[in-house]
Design a protein around this ligand. Structure first.
Ligand SMILES: C[S@@+](CC[C@H](N)C(=O)[O-])C[C@H]1O[C@@H](n2cnc3c(N)ncnc32)[C@H](O)[C@@H]1O
Length: 267
């Protein structure tokens, strides 16, 4: 399993030289967004979700909770994050407490299939389905938890051909939990699970720019508390991801869908 880090809060505090509560928002953004594009990627997802403060939103594979807190801050809504990695959920809760958002942002350590709550007003998932072999089941489980008409957004890594990206990668250390599919296959799978397509965009060029700007971003951050420093073999994983993108081996796609009325039962 790839997500093996523990004691993340202690690591963040050691790297930043300050307690979590003393970190300003821009400092948290450098450490809690576990995907290419950082907080800007979440900004690009938000318009498609059409959120209002009255809504409750599901974040599938919420990681350290950076996207969930950003969505709650931006839209004024409530967010429920689910993730299967206990240490990430623990860190997400601590970071949310430190940000003063615990009343509106909560996290459950569970597989989505075991989540009781349904009737969410919207959902999104960011850099998660690469870990999921049975994507029909995964997106079907999401559809079942949304009210009809709810929006669903994805920001995901896809393969471009037969070539495999070099390991380790941010989502997989040894390849056993990497299940990349082509963008068209991903989009068609989501549509087959009870979603109607609203928008589908290849974000690879923008993500390549984001990687190119990484040195300047790191210098401006003036902190050692950066996501790659938290992760096992983090810098190599990020470098391999960037190389796969620049080499055209993988792409990054953003999609937005509406949950239709017909959702097929999970087998
Ligand atoms: C690359 S991280 C992305 C985290 C977060 N979405 C973000 O962008 O900051 C992938 C996350 O997906 C979670 N994950 C993987 N498979 C999952 C599953 N079947 N259900 C819930 N979470 C899952 C992992 O524990 C990890 O936190």
């Amino acid at each position: 399993m790839t997500y093996r880090e523990t004691n993340l809060v202690a690591s963040i505090e050691r790297l930043s030289g300050a307690p979590l509560v003393a970190l300003a928002q821009p400092q948290r953004d450098h450490v809690d967004q576990f995907h290419a594009g950082g907080a800007e990627a979440v900004d690009r997802l938000l318009p498609g979700l059409g959120l209002t403060p009255a809504m409750t939103v599901l974040d599938v594979g919420s990681g350290l909770g950076g996207p969930a807190r950003q969505v709650a801050r931006s839209a004024g809504c409530r967010v429920v994050g689910v993730d299967i990695t206990p240490a990430y959920v623990e860190a997400a809760r601590a970071l949310t407490d430190a940000a003063g958002l615990s009343e509106r942002v909560g996290f459950e350590c569970t597989d989505l299939a075991a989540l009781d709550a349904t009737e969410f007003d919207a959902a999104y998932t960011v850099h998660v389905q690469m870990n999921v072999a049975d994507k029909t089941r995964f997106f079907g489980e999401i559809a079942r938890r949304l009210r009809p008409g709810a929006r669903f957004a994805v920001f995901e890594v896809c393969r471009n051909g037969a070539a495999e990206p070099v390991l380790p990668l941010p989502w997989s250390l040894d390849g056993t939990d990497s299940h990349l599919v082509a963008a068209e296959e991903l989009r068609a799978t989501i549509e087959s699970c009870g979603f109607e397509l609203l928008d589908w965009a290849d974000e690879s060029a923008w993500i390549r720019q984001w990687f190119e700007q990484t040195p300047a971003r790191v210098a401006a951050a003036a902190t050692r508390a950066l996501l790659p420093a938290l992760l096992q073999d983090g810098p190599r994983r990020m470098t391999n991801f960037a190389a796969a993108l620049f080499g055209g081996v993988v792409s990054v796609h953003r999609g937005c869908f509406t949950r239709t009325r017909a959702v097929r039962p999970i087998a």
